[in-house]
Design a protein around this ligand. Structure first.
Ligand code: MN
Length: 730
């Protein structure tokens, strides 16, 4: 293996191990070595945009991690392999087999982040940050990600312009604020400065020049303060390190931009930081007292982040003092521990881990440590939140096609998502595309998914949906839509019932009808009305069962169809023009062999609600119930009105409409027409329209009875890609 890899590449392993020896306490050298070789093999032959071997990148990321955020051996191994699953043929299992599941889990976490961030416009930075946290189960994943990003930003020059800017914006808006949140002060500053370099190159160059020009001057000036301050404090018995510092470019830039100032107007470019080797917080205040005896403070600038830490846990005493020649100098005073925390944030924990507890899980002991550090309960709680990463695992972060983010509970489906957008969208939801692919309504959404809801105005919420959805909102809306639907249905059914009774002497009640109909689904008058409305039962069947129980039983054996709705009355009218056999097409008052004729005024077709009017010649004229000539209130109450029903036993062909909704994919229309043509039906018309990956087909066919219709519909449902097949109704 040594021979294969080449001395100059093998050297990289030694660089890493050397750094580990200086920076890490406990680590497994063989684990890192194995990770190194796997990394080398996986990326062998790959080149970076700069032309150098790709594997230099993971090596540099690992080295950055050991120097910038020294954690442990496992994270070094994971850093070496962070791009392996994404770029090579290696899988989670390969890594787990070679290096254990701990390393493999971290690598998998990093791979997921890369996948999510690809081709994303990061317009909602706050949401993206939360989403990243929601996906990260192990803090080490995000810490390695920072190093990966830092190295990418440092080598950004070799990428094309548009990718540079994109990456720089993402760094500024997502990674730098996250680094801040994790308390990684140094990482944040590095990322922000590099981002500025590519976002506003001219300004960056300008600031760099200005700061560089003043550098020697600054060092000389600050030394005039650093030396006496150090001596004074040591005389007082403090062990201190006094550092001169300059404001970082990005924060100068921000100050100039936000406060609309020129470079010359920024006065706190210089600063002095006093780090005290002590565990006593009060020492910080004592030191402040000694320094301000010599250099007058500017009281408005005093900030006590020791008593009240920042939300990310940052602690320090901040002030501004007047230095020689009247310059304003920023002053920071902190203990060594606070300092390490300010620079390394959560990573600093690994340094103190062993002092706290040996057995606790890493995160738990960190929390304990952080609690000690942060006395203020409120900010401590806010701070902890970021590290109890599993808190976010109850939630998923998904996106609309426009990039708006929706936060949903884990397990949410496209229907939940649709209702989260708008009630109407939820009610009309017939399907969804997730990341461009059609999915079922039962599909479980994942963090980072881009979801596009497909709606139809003919869709109605289904009771089944209640079993699919997880959000309270969706459940509520579905229930209320179903209730409203039923209310309307009952109202409509009551209307049918009233009309039906208008031709009789009202000798029976709804409860009488329920008893004679003997259907298990019809228990209450409301059930009866809704059955009438949705054509589960026809008014003539109800009449039959009440007036003629024997005959009713026959009818119930036969499937009933009331095929035609007003939706396609026009086509139906044409259909009626076909020669009809001289058999009774209607049953009048439950009797047959009565002379009848269709009224020319309203031209009823089978399926229309109809009513009979006894003429002076003793025959019956059949009108549609809503015909103006019979709809007169008084006329309807007249003795000359008789109830009329279409004769179900007659094998007249009825026109029925079917709506098919499915995925618009190649060959599906052929499959559908294939199914229909094999079926012995008379097709009247067929239209298939596709939109947004969904097709909606409307099929008008002549069928003899609903049994046949049901069989055809079942066959259509079995076609791959078909979502719903429904009977059309007005
Ligand atoms: Mn990488």
């Amino acid at each position: 293996m040594l021979a294969q890899i080449g001395e100059e590449h093998y050297q990289k392993l030694h660089e890493i191990l050397r750094l580990c020896r200086t920076n890490l306490k406990n680590y497994d050298e063989s684990l890192i070595t194995r990770a190194f070789f796997m990394c080398y093999r996986a990326h062998e032959g790959e080149k970076r945009a700069s032309g150098e071997p790709f594997f230099f990148h993971p090596v540099e990321v690992a080295k950055l991690l050991v120097t910038e955020l020294p954690l442990d051996g496992v994270s070094v191994a994971a850093a070496l392999l962070h791009d392996v699953i994404e770029d090579s043929g290696y899988t989670y299992e390969d890594i787990a087999a070679e290096l254990g599941t701990e390393v493999a889990d971290i690598v998998e976490g990093l791979t997921k982040i890369s996948e999510i961030m690809v081709n994303r416009e990061t317009t909602e930075a706050e949401g993206f940050r939360k989403m990243l946290l929601s996906m990260v189960k192990d803090i080490r994943v995000i810490l390695i990600k920072f190093c990966d990003r830092l190295h990418n930003m440092r080598t950004l020059d070799s990428l094309p312009d548009h990718r540079r800017l994109r990456m720089a914006l993402e760094t500024r808006d997502i990674y730098a604020p996250l680094a801040h949140r994790f308390g990684l002060g140094k990482m944040k500053v590095d990322l922000e400065n590099l981002a500025l370099k590519y976002i506003d190159p001219e300004m960056y160059e300008y600031l760099l020049k200005r700061v560089r020009l003043s550098r020697n001057e600054r060092i000389a000036y600050l030394n005039k303060m650093i030396v006496p301050i150090t001596n004074d404090l040591e005389k007082q018995g403090f062990k201190v390190e006094v550092q001169g510092r300059a404001k970082h470019l990005y924060s100068i830039y921000n100050k100039m931009r936000l406060k609309n100032k020129e470079f010359e107007d920024i006065h706190d470019l210089y600063g002095i930081r006093v780090v005290i080797d002590t565990d006593k917080l009060s020492d910080c205040f004592a030191v402040y007292g000694y320094i301000t005896q010599k250099y007058p403070p500017i009281p408005q600038h005093f900030k006590d982040y020791i008593s009240i830490p920042k939300h990310n846990g940052y602690q320090s005493l901040h002030s501004a003092i007047i230095g020689p020649q009247g310059y304003v100098i920023e002053l920071q005073i902190r203990t060594r521990r606070m300092h390490e925390f300010a620079e390394l944030g959560v990573a600093a924990h690994w340094r103190y881990k062993e002092k706290i507890s040996k057995d606790d899980a890493a995160v738990d002991s960190f929390l304990k440590w952080a609690r000690e550090l942060i006395k203020d309960a409120d900010s401590a709680a806010a701070f902890m939140e970021g590290f109890k990463l599993n808190l976010y695992h109850d939630e998923i972060y998904v996106f609309t096609p426009k990039g708006d983010m929706k936060i949903l509970p884990a397990g949410a489906t496209p229907i939940d998502f649709a209702y989260a957008i708008h009630t109407e969208i939820g009610n009309g939801c017939i399907g969804a595309k997730v990341n461009g692919k059609i999915v079922r309504l039962t599909a479980e959404l994942k963090s980072g998914d881009r979801v596009e809801v497909i709606t139809s105005k003919n869709q109605k919420p289904k009771a089944d949906w209640l079993k699919i959805v997880v959000t309270h909102r969706a459940k509520l809306k579905i229930r209320s839509a179903i209730n409203e639907e039923r209310r309307l249905e009952i109202e409509k059914g009551r209307g049918i019932w009233d009309k039906m009774l208008s031709g009789t002497k009202k000798l029976f009640t709804a409860n009488d009808a329920i008893r004679s109909v003997r259907k298990s689904s019809i228990k209450t008058p409301a059930d009866l009305f809704s059955a009438l409305a949705n054509q589960q039962i026809s008014s003539e069947e109800v009449m039959e069962s009440v007036t003629n129980p024997q005959k009713a039983a026959d009818i119930q054996d036969k499937s009933h169809s009331s095929a035609i709705t007003q939706d396609f009355a026009e086509i139906a009218r044409q259909a009626q023009e076909r020669p009809s056999e001289q058999k009774d097409e209607v049953v009048i008052s439950g009797l047959s062999n009565i002379a009848y004729a269709y009224a020319k005024c309203c031209n009823p077709v089978p399926g229309d609600d109809i009513i009979g009017f006894v003429t002076t010649e003793g025959s019956v004229k059949i009108h549609r119930t809503n015909c103006v000539n019979v709809s007169n209130e008084n006329l309807l109450k007249s003795e000359r009105i008789v109830s009329v029903a279409w004769n179900r036993k007659l094998e007249t062909e009825f026109l029925a409409g079917i709506r098919i909704v499915g995925e618009d994919k190649i060959g599906i229309t052929n499959q559908i027409t294939g199914v229909i043509s094999k079926f012995d039906t008379n097709i009247r018309s067929i239209s298939l329209n596709a939109k947004d990956g969904i097709f909606i087909g409307t099929l008008m066919i002549f069928v003899k009875n609903t049994a046949k219709l049901t069989t055809l519909m079942d066959k259509l449902r079995k076609v791959q890609g078909v979502f719903t097949v429904e009977r059309m109704s007005s």
